[in-house]
Write a protein that binds this ligand. Structure first.
Ligand code: FAQ
Length: 335
């Protein structure tokens, strides 16, 4: 069975026995040697819990992340735009499903992690609590949100946990296509009428700072980074990835003829980096506490979708039970 569902221990922290200390050392040596950890390999309980937390929150982000763009499927400006947006939103749903499957290999059930989302206990990315007010937001999400997601996720393709790393390879390929379709929308708007260009600038103004927050709290306040770096789940810190994103994205904004909404943004010749202004971490804390512009609406919509889908889950279970009973009957008759 490709899971630890039957052999995962209770998550209560206990002092390590001599045997577990030896196992922990052997585990860390494998990680240091860049070997992949697979579902039935021994792993420290804290490593397993960290992965369940991160992978399930990542899965929830993909699923909740369908909502802001889903808002524009019926209002896309052309058939071509509608088809591309529909496919992108479906891709995000697929990413959520691979990631739930990767989390399940660590001994949690899909129901358990979905319940954590619906009860408001589990986090999902702060960025999906902002509204999509105009069509330009669809371009900005593809360009900036998928751009930030790729920056964070490419290193996850080398994460020490095999199922997560492998899921990320396909996800990153799809996200990079999403990023290009978003940038192409921004290119079209920026090269369009003055009104279209103003929409593009307004979308950049509203998405820029929340995108910088996507990378998580500053390194000094990141509670999980030390352990995740030691375990090679994280390869770069939150601040390093944020800086890489700014460095890659500012020239793209300038190519569009747009200006990121940060008067302190300046190129530092000595370091080769774009320096940026202070992030409003209070806004980030408020969004995480459930007080962002769309938090309540996002959870309301997800809860309704879950309730509306109950009959599908019941039908699938009934069908599986019928097949199991038929197979058992056939085996009995054959014996
Ligand atoms: N939003 O100690 P750290 C996408 C929480 S997918 C909400 O630094 P860590 C695709 C963090 O969970 C976007 N919460 O944590 C798409 C922790 O709280 P906890 C999602 C955040 O794990 C595109 C606490 O703060 N991507 O966009 C955020 O070491 C377009 C302390 O933080 C992933 O999930 C935040 N932004 O580093 C879909 C990537 N940041 O759990 C649709 C995988 C931090 O103790 C449309 N995840 N927190 O209660 C990661 O790489 C990491 O989990 C980080 C955070 C970097 C997000």
């Amino acid at each position: 069975m490709y899971t630890q569902a039957l052999n995962a221990r209770d998550a209560v922290a206990q002092p390590l026995s001599a045997e577990e200390t030896a196992k922990s050392a052997a585990f860390q040596a494998r990680v240091d040697d860049e070997q992949r950890i697979e579902p039935n390999d021994w792993m420290p309980e804290a490593y397993r819990r960290t992965l369940v937390r991160q992978i399930s929150q990542h899965a929830h982000s993909e699923i909740v992340g369908m909502l802001p763009e889903g808002n524009w499927i019926t209002r896309a400006p052309s058939l071509k735009r509608k088809a591309a947006l529909l496919a992108k939103v479906q891709d995000e749903g697929g990413h959520g499903l691979y990631l739930y499957a990767a989390a399940e290999t660590l001994g949690v059930s899909r129901e358990e992690v979905v319940d954590q989302l619906l009860s408001g206990k589990a986090k999902y990315s702060s960025i999906f609590n902002y509204p999509t007010l105009t069509w330009a937001d669809i371009g900005a999400i593809g360009w900036l949100v998928d751009g930030a997601a790729i920056m964070n996720q490419i290193p996850l393709c080398r994460c020490s946990y095999g199922p997560y790393a492998r899921a990320m390879i396909r996800i990153c390929k799809e996200e990079s296509f999403h990023q290009r379709q978003g940038y192409e929308i921004m290119l079209t708007l920026s090269a369009g009428t003055a009104e279209q260009k103003a929409l593009a600038q307004d979308a950049l103004n509203r998405w820029w700072w929340p995108c910088l927050m996507m990378f998580g709290p500053p390194d000094g306040e990141s509670q999980h980074s030390d352990a995740s770096t030691r375990w090679k789940i994280k390869r770069f810190s939150n601040d390093q990835l944020r800086q890489k994103f700014v460095d890659a994205t500012v020239p793209q904004a300038h190519f569009l003829g747009l200006t990121p909404p940060d008067p302190e943004l300046a190129f530092d010749e000595a370091s080769g980096h774009w320096r940026f202004g202070e992030i409003d971490w209070e806004e980030f804390r408020q969004v995480l506490a459930g007080n962002g512009p769309c938090n309540r609406d996002r959870l309301r919509v997800r809860r309704k979708a879950h309730a509306d889908g109950a009959w599908v889950r019941e039908a699938a279970l009934a069908f599986a039970e019928k097949r199991r009973a038929r197979k058992a009957d056939a085996e009995k008759q054959a014996a």
